[in-house]
Design a protein around this ligand. Structure first.
Ligand SMILES: C[S@@+](CC[C@H](N)C(=O)[O-])C[C@H]1O[C@@H](n2cnc3c(N)ncnc32)[C@H](O)[C@@H]1O
Length: 334
């Protein structure tokens, strides 16, 4: 048994962080007890007066900086989180990691031919279907070589491979654990393969060029988004398409669009799908809540409710208030 396998490494790292957090918590608790009356007054001020808004604001600023704006910390954090989640939750049934897409009717369906496993993650797969066909006005992907950057646990790319029948599909993800998960879950063959790699350094993988490069809810994790667009442009064949979907705070969208077009890719379509993503989140709420009750202890419940997009989460609120938008862009290399 390899004790230092990528899987074990991320678990060890997590428990190390957790131990440091427990020690820090204990130290704070001792300080709080030592200064008992002051602690109570401070607690009441922070919890029940307008000062709490300042604390929330500062907390959100630090959080946004770390997870969405910084270069190195952001990359490190997301890299660690996905690697750890895969080691801690190796559940074979959990194959997609995006917020999903639904039509604005009662059941939100656009796909009718899903098997039992895929039905579980219907809305996540519908987002892939949108990315790969609808916005390109294509019925299938016959003859196309497809690359997905940030392929996660592979459910989306497997859907594209099995339902839209492209010539080949390659998935690249930063998380070695997720790549191993994909290899075990879907097997490897000439038509579908997965490898570890960094979105900001794709050309070093020495892979072929592609007719379609897709990127689903992954780009917000990258430290240097412009570098990613440069790499994609290198790997696209002439006439090839790059389709990207992700969320961005409204104030970051202008820069995001400038970066997307900074290497000369020609913008073909842009669609705001925020309302469809919200619909998917609403229709998927029950499944996610059940999943969290079944698989997450108290510690992970709060972490997952933050990122899973359930209705109490900040991301759900911000999408509802249109402070954050969820967009799809298709760009062509001319
Ligand atoms: C929200 S998940 C989406 C996964 C998948 N596209 C899906 O929809 O199921 C984001 C993914 O981006 C990957 N990722 C983050 N930073 C990356 C990087 N620098 N290079 C490649 N993949 C990265 C993560 O490991 C994770 O799998």
């Amino acid at each position: 048994m390899n004790l230092l396998s990528p899987q074990n490494k991320s678990l060890i790292l997590f428990f190390l962080f957790a131990a440091i957090a427990v020690v820090a918590g204990l130290i704070l608790a001792i300080i709080a007890i030592a200064f008992f009356p002051i602690t109570i007054v401070l607690f009441i001020i922070v919890k029940y007066t307008p000062v709490r808004h300042i604390f929330t604001k500062v907390y959100h600023k630090i959080y946004d900086y770390l997870f969405y704006q910084s270069e190195k910390p952001r990359k490190l954090l997301w890299g660690f989180i996905y690697d750890f989640m895969c080691a801690y939750f190796p559940l074979n049934k959990w194959r997609s990691l995006n917020y999903g897409y639904a039509l604005l009717n009662e059941n939100g369906r656009i796909l009718n031919n899903l098997d039992e496993q895929q039905e579980e993650e219907r809305f996540c797969l519908q987002l892939y279907h949108m990315v790969a066909t609808n916005c390109l006005k294509l019925k299938d992907l016959q003859g196309k070589r497809v690359l997905e950057v940030g392929s996660g646990r592979g459910g989306g790319l497997y859907y594209i491979h099995s339902s839209l029948k492209p010539e080949s599909c390659v998935g690249v993800d930063y998380s070695q654990n997720q790549v191993d998960f994909c290899k075990t879950t879907y097997g490897i063959n000439q038509k579908l393969s997965f490898q570890q790699g960094d979105a900001e350094n794709l050309t070093s993988l020495k892979i072929q060029t592609f007719d379609l490069i897709i990127n689903v809810e992954s780009s917000h994790c990258y430290g240097n988004f412009q570098k990613f667009v440069q790499e994609v442009t290198e790997l696209l064949s002439t006439g090839g398409l790059f389709v990207i979907t992700d969320f961005r705070a409204i104030q970051d969208i202008k820069q995001f669009e400038q970066d997307l077009q900074s290497t000369g890719l020609k913008l073909e379509t842009k669609e705001d799908i925020t309302i469809n993503v919200l619909q998917a989140l609403k229709l998927d709420e029950k499944r996610k809540q059940q999943w969290m009750t079944r698989h997450c202890g108290i510690i992970f419940r709060s972490f997952f409710s933050k990122f899973s997009g359930v209705q109490s989460s900040r991301i759900f609120q911000e999408l509802s208030e249109r402070k954050t938008l969820y967009l799809i862009y298709a760009l062509r290399k001319v």
